[in-house]
Design a protein around this ligand. Structure first.
Ligand code: NAP
Length: 250
């Protein structure tokens, strides 16, 4: 298959690209660096010529519901329009496990993305995954100062590599509407992951767990992000990932 990976240079996108190439697919990467912009629409239609399936793993980093909705709705609208024009037969969107009912902050954007995909004309699959093992490091990297504040979050983190492999399998299976969720092998707390990562890296920095207010904070602290027992389970634990060469390569 010819597969376009929108966001193919990102944390999970790089794993999607590698997994698709390993499975013998022809891969086209869509990112601003490659001249394709999902927000302005520039370069999309040309890049999608001859493409069978688009896997959308684009992202914006924000806690604003408004900014997140605008990004994911616009990106999806532009991608689906270009896919329709190019005759793409399958749109795969990566979303997040357990976000139903958390229509706030970043998750409001992901729910808006899911609605836009389902309302579109291109046959689709929405594949939800739990937080990546990389998530704690992404938050730590975005915070300055001697104390890192981590929102109280109960989760079942999964390696982005396994998410990438899962998305390629979802693309190969064809459009099904909603794929089975993918979660990691163990229940974890975000603050504990941050502490273990800092200790592993030899960085002396305190981590303080804080319960965020509002729907987002309530949802994150409730355990719903861990998903349900019918989810597919990844096998790489956070501590295995921490020591792995795949983490060093990120
Ligand atoms: N992080 C998690 O724990 C987690 C868990 C489950 C699901 N997800 C979902 O996984 C997806 C990817 O997350 P990530 O952390 O891998 O993202 P990321 O590392 O921030 O990468 C974002 C990608 O999007 C591209 N991009 C951003 N704006 C673009 C634009 N206007 N046009 C074209 N490409 C654009 C970036 O490339 P350029 O900058 O070169 O354009 C980059 O390739 C998100 O949808 C997220 O909701 C994340």
């Amino acid at each position: 298959m010819r597969i376009a990976v929108a966001g193919g240079t990102g944390t999970v996108g790089r794993h999607v690209v590698r997994a698709a190439e390993e499975r013998g697919h022809e891969v086209v990467v869509l990112s601003r660096a490659s001249g394709a912009d999902v927000i302005t629409g520039k370069g999309l239609e040309r890049a999608l010529a001859g493409v069978d399936t688009v896997i959308d793993v684009t992202n914006t980093t924000t806690l604003s519901a408004k900014v997140a909705r605008e990004f994911f709705e616009t990106a999806t609208r532009n991608l689906l329009k270009a896919e329709d024009a190019a005759g793409v037969g399958h749109h795969v969107a990566l979303s997040i496990v357990g976000i139903d009912g958390i229509d706030a902050s970043y998750y409001a954007g992901k729910l808006a993305q899911e609605r836009a995909v389902a309302a579109g004309r291109v046959p689709y699959t929405i594949a939800r995954a739990a937080q990546f093992h990389e998530f704690a490091g992404q938050l730590l990297g975005g915070m300055k100062g001697p104390i890192a504040l981590m929102p109280k979050t109960l989760m079942r983190p999964v390696a982005a590599r396994e998410v990438g492999e899962h998305l390629v399998a979802v693309a190969e299976a064809g459009p099904v509407g909603r794929a089975r969720d993918l979660v990691g092998p163990r229940d974890e707390r975000l603050a504990d992951l941050a502490r273990r990562q800092l200790a592993h890296d030899g960085i002396r920095r305190a981590v303080l767990e804080v319960r965020l207010p509002g729907l987002y904070g309530k949802g994150a602290a409730s355990g719903v992000l861990r998903g349900t027992s019918d989810a597919i389970q990844g096998t790489t634990t956070f501590d295995e990932w921490l020591r792995s060469p795949e983490r060093a390569a990120v």
